[in-house]
Ligand binder design. Structure first.
Ligand code: FES
Length: 107
């Protein structure tokens, strides 16, 4: 069973914004895309940039270091879908945003 951790309230992360949160000691980039929450590994697979501090364009987050983009829904880099960032599980419980690491999560 995935272990969900409360990381924020829904109001703390308005649509079009995001932040870095900690789940079991791992930095996770959490974004609100038009009311739907997505969470991925905070560490960019290019050179370790902080995806939680990136720019959001629709469902694409752009790494602040060198501009690689990732689709938050799939974890894929549109320019090269073989490059992915690990996705996490997200649920909303009584206005709390909760995130869990999937069993196969690897950074
Ligand atoms: S570290 Fe993210 S694009 Fe380079």
């Amino acid at each position: 069973m995935p272990e969900y951790v409360t990381v924020a309230t829904v109001e703390e992360i308005p649509p079009g914004t995001g932040r870095t949160v900690q789940v079991q000691g791992i930095g996770i980039a959490l974004y609100n895309v038009e009311g739907a929450f997505y969470a991925v590994d905070n560490t960019c697979p290019h050179a370790g940039g902080p995806l939680g501090e990136g720019h959001l364009d629709g469902c694409l987050v752009e790494c602040p270091w060198h501009g690689w983009q990732f689709n938050l829904r799939t974890g894929e880099r549109p320019e090269n879908p073989d490059i992915t960032v690990a996705r996490c599980l997200v649920r909303i419980e009584e206005n709390q945003v909760q995130v869990a690491l999937p069993e196969d999560f690897s950074t």
